[in-house]
Design a protein around this ligand. Structure first.
Ligand code: FAD
Length: 303
């Protein structure tokens, strides 16, 4: 079985960033690449200092390329099973059947967005259908935009997004479930509430055109914002017995990325709702430096 100082599961923003710091710290690292990043469907990635508007895959290409000088191996394989051995090592079984082990395991496996089950909506995810105004709000400032949601959540998202996109409607796909004061506030802001049940979202793979309603009417829109429910992309943290946040969605860590399981760390989107490329990269880098410092101290004690 191949043994490494660290194994990082996930070769996206958080994982590659951790790998860079550990590689430069003279550690022997394996990075498991299980496939595309969360924002892969989007044409552009915004708000990353020095790289605003880059294609998501271009950021990762540069990230991988800059790992070349270091002792970092990137392997296109999925981690299927994880366990902690009696001596504290972490062992993984991969999809290929290979088994690998390391002193430290870093999970950077991200989350999955569960989108509303409206026909046509998922195909436009990241290309007209968005969730985050910090990522895609600026581009919609002169556009006709709608928020898809209802009740408190729909109201809050609409009021928030109105700052970026003043030409805004709230599409509630049935009864809006709004308090009178919320309705009045939306009216004051010029946000129309569209309560007709939605039939489908109309668009091509590259561009959103309209919301189609069951009653045959349509609302032309250039962008639609939703608030997806999230879940972990991988069950490795659960297999290892990691604690989760009280809402049961994210892996509970302290500031350094440590989980409750010895030698297991988690970084990036999987650890909380502050989710951006720059934050994922920062969390990977911070955790990597912490781990390296810990190991240096540990070696001093043993020497
Ligand atoms: C549509 C959309 C657009 C976005 N636009 C922006 C933007 O413009 N700007 C911005 O800053 N942020 C944006 N984001 C958020 C951004 O994508 C995330 O914050 C960022 O990708 C998080 O990086 P991560 O490394 O934590 O997780 P992810 O990018 O989700 O990567 C996790 C990786 O782990 C891998 N993996 C999972 N399980 C396994 C396993 N068992 N074995 C091996 N590998 C595994 C996955 O294949 C994946 O590559 C957007 C998100 C979405 C959904």
């Amino acid at each position: 079985m191949a043994h490494y100082d660290m194994i990082i599961v996930g070769a996206s923003n958080a994982g590659l960033s951790a790998a860079l710091v550990l590689g430069r710290s003279r550690r022997h690292v394996l990075v498991l690449d299980g496939g595309p990043s969360r924002n892969a469907p989007a044409f552009h990635s915004h708000s990353f200092f020095t790289r605003d508007g880059a294609a998501p895959e271009e950021l990762l290409r540069i990230g991988r390329e800059q790992l070349r000088p270091y002792q970092v191996e990137i392997c296109a394989d999925l981690a299927r099973a994880a366990r902690i051995m009696a001596d504290g090592r972490c062992e993984l079984t991969l999809s290929s059947g290979a088994e690998v082990s390391a002193q430290v395991l870093i999970l950077a496996t991200g989350v999955v967005d569960e989108l509303p089950a409206v026909p046509g909506l998922a195909q436009l995810w990241g290309r007209g259908v968005y969730h985050c105004p910090y990522c895609h709000g600026w581009e919609t400032r002169y556009s006709q935009v709608a928020v898809y949601g209802r009740g408190e959540s729909g109201y809050q998202q609409a009021v928030h997004l109105h700052h970026w996109a003043p030409r805004l409607a709230l599409c509630t796909d049935g009864p809006a479930d709004l308090a009178p004061a919320q309705r009045e506030h939306l009216t004051q802001l010029g946000i129309a509430v569209l309560e007709s049940p939605v039939k489908a979202i109309d668009g091509t793979v590259k561009c959103l055109r309209a919301i189609l309603f069951e009653d045959g009417s349509r609302q032309a829109v250039d962008a639609l914002f939703v608030r997806p429910v999230q879940r972990q992309r991988s069950d490795l943290a659960q297999q290892l017995g990691c604690d989760f946040t009280p809402d049961d969605v994210y892996v509970q860590t302290c500031e350094t990325g440590q989980t409750n399981v010895s030698n297991v760390y988690a970084v990036g989107d999987m650890t909380g709702p502050m989710q951006q490329v720059v934050m994922a990269a920062a969390s990977g880098a911070r955790t990597a430096a912490f781990i390296n410092n810990q190991l240096i101290l540990q070696d001093c004690v043993l020497a």
